[in-house]
Design a protein around this ligand. Sequence first.
Ligand code: 5GP
Ligand code: ZN
Length: 115
Amino acid sequence: MECLFCQIIRGDIPATVVHQTEWSLAFRDINATAPTHVLVVPKRHIDHAGVVQADDGAVLADMLLTAQAVAENDKIASTGYRLVFNVGEDSGNTVNHLHLHVVGGQPMGWPPFAS
Ligand code: 5GP
Ligand code: ZN
């Protein structure tokens, strides 16, 4: 069974795509936690940020450029936003396909944990 985000990339599962490049796809999170909550994923499957390799640098840079475009399109580039990679159980990571959360549109607290 292909992973959830690979199925979204293939178009087999619908998503609200807001931007894409040759290497990356950006779509709205199905359970948004802020006015802007977009996931930027590499079109080539990578499990998570904890297994990124040195030669993945180009795709990581492309994901950041995609996040910049998302922020510009959603008009949060000037007010600010947060970029998050969750890794592993304690972070709450649920989908095993590398994804960069782009979150913004309201002030956000820091640190991002309750206690
Ligand atoms: P994680 O907790 O793994 O860092 O983030 C996974 C994110 O994927 C969650 O914020 C969750 O709401 C989102 N998500 C899970 N399933 C789907 C889906 O089918 N479509 C979309 N657009 N987002 C999803
Ligand atoms: Zn995948």
